[in-house]
Ligand binder design. Structure first.
Ligand code: PEP
Ligand code: MN
Length: 346
């Protein structure tokens, strides 16, 4: 079986290294049969050397002009790590940004149920300054006897909502057989919690030229989430947004337990933006705002929340969706808090 090499060494160039010196290091690595992953940074350029560790280590890298330091990458995740890209990644979706100082405010229904419900919600979230519209056309449901989403028709309704409001769309891809229609319509491809370790799906979206919103599995560790992101980035798609959405614990008062600690840990470990879904974590609408506040205060780069014109009639996640009528207040709170944290709603 073929061995797949990971980036093994970090070559940190000095702050005043010239482009020719960077090129020289890359050329020597390639001559030796290794690959180079070059990340220009604000302070210095970092080169990740991918290949056989022994072979790379045999090169006199430290002696090359412009090289400041050569370090092993000790973490199992490589391309998503802060070590390889010290500067935060900013993801631009049709001019809306997430990451660094930009806060992504994503809202919309859990599920596209019909045209009216989706358009009413889309207008409401656009009116309060959200940056993207969420909504599922293909739904992962715990019971096979509940509404599974409108599929292709749902995608068409979402496209109409984007046309009218100008908001980019976040929608879930569940099955490698649905890559084509979902990737064509979505502006951000959501990989749901249940599919976080569906490695063939991760490889598919790794080949797509659109950003991916990767949700943490309810039983996945932070390291497993980062390794899942590594699968996507390794295929060439570096535009990954990570999402903490609550994990399974012994606690039953909330639907899942929102792991607030994951936010600062992820922000230290990776350069990728980290957002929070307080709706699925809470499972109850009265807890969505306090959890969203906690997420912003802990340094999240955005939130994704569920909103519905009449939650009591929602076909999915009725208990946690915020009524459209209450959403302006919710949005005011989030905007105020994100500006307190020095962020701009992107
Ligand atoms: C959703 O966002 O509608 C959803 C199903 O979320 P999760 O995958 O986090 O359960
Ligand atoms: Mn939902």
């Amino acid at each position: 079986m073929a061995t797949v090499h990971a980036p093994e060494l970090l070559i940190i160039m000095s702050g005043n290294a010239t482009p020719d010196e960077v090129e020289h290091v890359v050329a020597r690595l390639e001559e030796a049969g290794a690959q180079a992953h070059v990340t220009p940074g604000k302070q210095a350029t970092v080169i990740g050397a991918i290949g056989d560790r022994e072979l790379i280590s045999s090169l006199p890298l430290e002696g090359y002009a412009g090289v400041e330091q050569v370090l092993p990458i000790l973490k199992p995740y490589k391309l998503v790590s802060r070590e390889i890209s010290p500067d935060p990644t900013v993801i631009d979706v049709r001019g809306r940004r997430i990451g660094d100082g930009y806060f992504g405010f994503i809202a919309g229904p859990c599920t596209v149920e019909n045209r009216e419900q989706t358009l009413v919600t889309a207008r409401a979230v656009a009116a309060v300054g959200c940056t993207m519209l969420r909504g599922g056309a293909f739904k992962p449901r715990t019971s096979p006897y509940t509404f599974q989403g409108l599929g292709q028709e749902g995608l068409e309704i979402l496209a109409e909502a984007r046309e009218e409001t100008g908001l980019p769309l976040v929608t879930e891809l569940m099955d490698p057989r649905e890559v084509e229609p979902v990737v064509e319509t979505a502006d951000v491809i959501q990989i749901g919690a249940r599919n976080m370790q569906n490695f063939s799906l991760l490889a598919e979206v790794g080949k797509a030229r659109k950003p991916v919103l990767l949700k943490r599995g309810p039983s996945a560790s932070i390291e497993e989430l980062l390794m899942a992101a590594e699968y996507v980035v390794r295929e060439g798609n570096a535009q990954v947004i990570l999402c903490e959405r609550g994990i399974k614990t012994f606690e039953t008062a909330t639907r899942f337990t929102l792991d607030i600690g994951a936010i600062p840990v992820l922000k230290q470990e990776t350069h990728l933006p980290v957002i929070v879904d307080p709706s699925h974590a809470a499972g109850r609408r009265d807890l969505v705002l306090p959890l969203a506040r906690a997420a912003v205060a802990a340094g999240a780069d955005g939130i994704i929340v569920e909103v519905h014109p009449e939650p009591e009639h929602a076909l999915c996640d009725a208990a946690q969706q915020i009524p459209v009528a209450d959403f302006p207040h919710f949005a005011d709170e989030i905007r105020a808090l994100s500006s307190l944290m020095g962020k701009v709603v992107g």
